[in-house]
Write a protein that binds this ligand. Sequence first.
Ligand code: GAP
Length: 667
Amino acid sequence: MAEPKENPLMEKIVSLCKRRGFVYQSSEIYGGINGFWDYGPLGAELKRNVKELWWNTMTRQREDVVGLEATIIMSPEIWKASGHVSTFSDPMCDCLLTKKRFRADQVEPQSGVAYHYATATDQTSLQKLAELAGASKAAEAFISGKEIEILSALFNSVDNDHHPLLKQTFAEVGMDIENSAHALFNGLRGHLKSQGQKTIPFAVLLQPGKPPESARKIAKEFYAGRGIKDPVLLGEQTEKVENSQRFNPENGALLTDPRPFNLMFKTYVGPVESEDNVAYLRPETAQAIFAQFKNVLETSRQKVPFGIGQIGKAFRNEVTPRNYTFRSREFEQMELEFFIKPDEVIEAIHGNVVTVPETGHPGEPQPNWGWQAWHQYWVEERVRFYEGIGLSRETLGFHRQTAEELAHYARACVDILFKFPFSKRDEKGELKGEELEGIAARSDFDLSQHQRFSGKPMGVFDEELRAAWGKLSEEKKKELSDRYFANRKKYLVKMGVAEEQATKEATNDTNGLAKGQYIPHVIEPSAGVDRLILSLICNAYTEVSKTDEKGKTEINVVMKFHPRVAPIKVGVMPLLKNKPELVKKALEVRDILRPWMNVFYDDGGSIGRRYARQDEAGTPFCVTIDFDTLGEKPELLDTVTLRYRDDGKQERLKISELRDWLLSKIR
Ligand code: GAP
């Protein structure tokens, strides 16, 4: 569960997170639980700030987005409609030796020599060979080609002195190995069968330069684990292997064939654990938004285009949780489903659909924007959000999914990436980063699916469309109808609806346009809270070396969080703990600020130590109450020393101005 040893920066970050109370391993006193993390006092504040900023930016500060807070467990029908029951799976394989599970597509490709074994046997069975040796010549007639192959490999390995015991056994009964091979193998197989043992093939990949004995050692461990005491390996064959993902990179042992593994956590609702009561912990927050779309539309007085945002827990039984909190099994998402009019509807109403360049912010939303402009708008809005909390564009990367990568219903998807210390370089040596958020143009797929599965209409009525449609030329009506029909039919056929039925349903949907009806399309910016927290922590981590008067150098960590997300906004400190007038004044300052922000009062240790502690916690400002505050220099009465975390600079500020000054920095 610890970070890989080869990433020293990540190790330092993980250790700081634990030491300062950002992140702890879940259930640590019981040895932890893989893929689950807790947030300590500083982490909890950081997370709360991030979620609040997202919520404010995406809902409260917009006219066209409202919020939702749905349950984690919902009707299992939702997950059938969304496709999660049938397709939300990863190809997974297990190490045959350690049982460790891997995502088949994430196994590090390896090259080397694979040592294959036909099976193994124990000493007793080997003794049995001796008895069988002379007797089974007649069995030769029954031998298959495959067995001959295995046997020849077996005897090769015997010749290589690999199985001295086997060789000795043959010698003792005075046998000619070549002639008796077939009969022997059949005899051995019969014996193993009578003992309830099957032949169990296995293989180990050896990295170049490693001795064959290390493969044999691993193979013996494997067979011993299968109940074969003191195993003797049979049928060793070698094979040169290039870039194979079939072996455990940690020990070279063969992996099972990949099998699909559904990532949803299953549970039962009610006291009876039957298939009828199965429910799932939601793997994303998005589906609740689609399922409640009509309720929100009716109760919020919104009209398309508008969005519904939600923040909440999601659960995925990830095959390989990794990179600290990056891929967890329990995590939080911040998702917006922004519903828009289909392009055909925009064209019917406005006569054209505006598209925008694929880079740069397209500006304020316009009524004639189609899906492409809205998609670009949300990509840029989300980048601005990240910039606004301290992640500069240089720390981010972008990935526009290719046609092959896109889900069949999606029209585009741009992933916003962050360059983590564990991010790898691509073939060109460039650091691209890992996904923080995906912004997808999902067409009308989701609402259409819920309409089909629930039987409840998910379309909207748009008076503007109805009025505009009546004024279109017959030619334009046909052109738009044909396009709308083609899209609807394509979706239905893809979902397995029979051709004739699909034509009927798509025709009905298309006829709805004239009545002002359509199913909205959606743009989905979907971000992970925990990944963002990890990126903010990695981005903030800074080592500063300081040399004192005696020439002693010390490395201090300064967490340079943007003041907006910093867990503690200000440290308040009396210069001396043993001066009641200073303490009293400092507590007064603390109490002025407390209702407005997270304040940390600290009077323990030298002022330098106290500043260093706040630097490590990422507190952007500290105020110190000193004798000037009390009026030692009358012109400085009721002022404090304000210290900046990032450069250590100090200035004086009036207590009466402090709150507003700080609020202007942290909001
Ligand atoms: N509704 C779309 C959706 O869920 P996703 O790409 O699977 O799309 C969206 O997830 C975001 O959720 C990701 O960009 C990531 O930030 C976060 N996320 C997904 N799986 C995660 C995991 N196992 N651990 C932490 N965050 C995860």
